[in-house]
Design a protein around this ligand. Structure first.
Ligand code: FAD
Length: 480
């Protein structure tokens, strides 16, 4: 009987360009693909409700893809180290391969697992399946981490040209079957009260869905992406974020597909879409070097910012439910609730309203996004929230407070986005759609809008609350 190697799948739920799988196959061994559900080990950032929904479907897709090639996914739940040990014993495996994860709790766990398994005589190898650049590869002139994206990307972008290409998916996987595994359904990832219909309508989790989404985007939207990517009223962005988060498509494959779709003369790193992939790399760079940032501001002065008392739950709840009375924000929060995703421009505007106009701590918003986003990703979510709150890695000053009315007029000029998600406002004229509180009572009545009746009056005075946010900044800015 030939050797057995365990391939431990985590957030690399694909067969294409999977370095752990490829290394195991290269050795000629038979493969035992394993998934272990261990949410306690990922605490306090175990997957939220929308992520669990995605994970369920993604695991089913992975198992089906493995079966079609001669293997099957062994699924278990419990302590990862104990299960891996037991599996190695019962299967006679001599080695375990996996692709690296970078969030602090998982890194600590994986380091310990590697040490303990090695001490038990097993050959362990981890690989990079998630990033174009390892977080420790980029360093400033003085050897430290980058804190500003433009400098980070100036370092990384020229290196894209020599980046190794992706590895093709194996045609066959000589699998090992082992008793004792469960099914994806046993993991109980789907919600008990089935609120997930909107997610199912919007997404196709799994490697096939990821590849189809990437190809459709590259063929139809890559040209023009730079101009249109800020428009929530257009289907102009890739919607690949959950697929990337769960590793259903790897960044190397995506880069190769993008390179093939672009004119050869254009330096790859300068294209707006590749730059966005760069932001994802930057997020991981920051999380790796500043592991405290999911909970604590990168800019330590913000520990003393005069946030509003978080016990004021009514404001938070209105924001969460898309009832702020600010149409662009409400549209975004409802899109999030319904589809598990929100357009990037609207994420910034909604986060700015929460942290600046409402002065609620950014961590509250980050938690809500964590539970409701299908692409909830500790690195990108932390970066997005800290960037918008003004306490993170940002070259721009704190005093940029997004004006949701101007943002709506600029990026949703015909109001298609707001009308889609706030149908009660649909009959308002464009001129007042983004600020219904400025409409005359006749205009409101004609459009069937009753402020405080079927659509809320604004939660806050935008100009006054902006001044208060800036006054809070004045109080902390000279803290050294
Ligand atoms: P595209 O425009 O098609 O971009 C392609 C890919 O680049 C994305 O899929 C994503 O992987 C990456 N990317 C794009 N913009 C960013 C960015 N600003 N930061 C990091 N990566 C980026 N993204 C997440 O993946 N998970 C999160 O939990 C998350 N939380 C966010 C919270 C806030 C408050 C903000 C302002 C942004 C957050 N983002 C997050 C970043 C961004 O909004 C999403 O990545 C993007 O909207 C996903 O849509 P897309 O795939 O169509 O993006």
């Amino acid at each position: 009987m030939s050797d057995t190697i365990i391939v431990w799948f985590r957030r690399d739920l694909r067969l294409d360009d999977n370095p752990a799988l490829e290394a195991a196959l290269r050795s000629g061994a038979r493969i035992l693909p394993v998934y272990i559900h261990a949410p306690d080990e990922e605490a306090p950032w175990a997957p939220g409700a929308a992520s669990r929904w995605w994970l369920h479907h993604s695991l089913e897709a992975l198992d089906a893809a493995l079966r079609a090639r001669g293997a099957r996914l062994w699924i278990g739940q419990g302590e990862s180290l104990a299960l891996l040990r037991r599996l190695a014993e019962t299967s006679g495996a001599r080695a375990i391969h996996w692709n690296r994860l970078y969030d602090p709790a998982t890194r600590a766990r994986d380091t310990e697992i590697k040490q303990r398994l090695r001490a038990a005589g097993l050959d362990c190898a981890s690989h990079n399946g998630a990033l174009l650049f390892e977080p420790w590869e980029a360093a400033t002139g003085s050897g430290g981490p980058y804190r500003v994206f433009s400098a980070f990307w100036r370092h990384c972008a020229p290196r894209l040209a020599e980046h190794p290409g992706p590895i093709a998916a194996p045609a066959r996987i000589p699998g090992v079957e082992l008793d004792g595994g469960g099914t994806v359904a046993d993991l109980g990832l789907l919600p008990r009260i089935r609120w997930d219909q909107g997610l199912a309508e919007a997404w196709t989790p799994g490697e096939h869905g990821a590849r189809t989404t990437a190809e459709r985007f590259l063929a139809g939207h890559l040209v023009g992406y730079g101009e249109l990517r800020d428009h929530p009223d257009r289907p102009a962005t890739s919607c690949l974020s959950p697929h990337l988060h769960f590793g259903e498509i790897g960044p190397r494959r995506l880069l190769a597909l993008t390179r093939a779709a672009l004119p050869a003369a254009l330096p790859l790193g300068e294209h707006a879409f590749v730059r966005e992939l760069g932001w994802r790399e930057f997020a991981y760079h920051l999380l790796y070097h500043f592991p405290q940032t999911p909970e604590h501001p990168l800019d330590a002065r913000f520990a003393d910012y005069p946030w509003r008392e978080p016990s004021d739950t009514e404001l938070l709840e209105r924001w969460q439910q898309g009832r702020t009375g600010i149409p662009l924000v409400d549209a975004g929060m409802r899109e999030l609730w319904h589809t598990g995703w929100m357009h990037n421009r609207v994420r910034m505007v909604a986060a700015s309203l929460l942290t600046k106009n409402l002065r609620l701590p950014w961590q509250l918003g980050a938690r809500w996004f964590w539970d409701t986003l299908v692409d909830a990703d500790l690195a990108s979510n932390t970066l997005g929230w800290q960037w918008t709150a003004g306490c993170g890695a940002d070259a721009a000053p704190y005093f940029r407070v997004f004006n949701p009315v101007r943002q709506g007029e600029r990026f949703d000029p015909n109001g298609d986005y707001v009308r889609r998600w706030c149908p009660e406002l649909a009959r308002l004229p464009d001129k007042v759609l983004q600020q219904p509180w400025t409409a005359t009572s006749t205009t409101l009545a004609r459009a069937g809008v009753g402020l405080g009746v079927n659509y809320p009056a604004p939660i806050v005075d935008l100009a006054q609350s902006r001044r208060e946010a800036l006054a809070g900044w004045e109080r902390i800015k000279s803290i050294s």
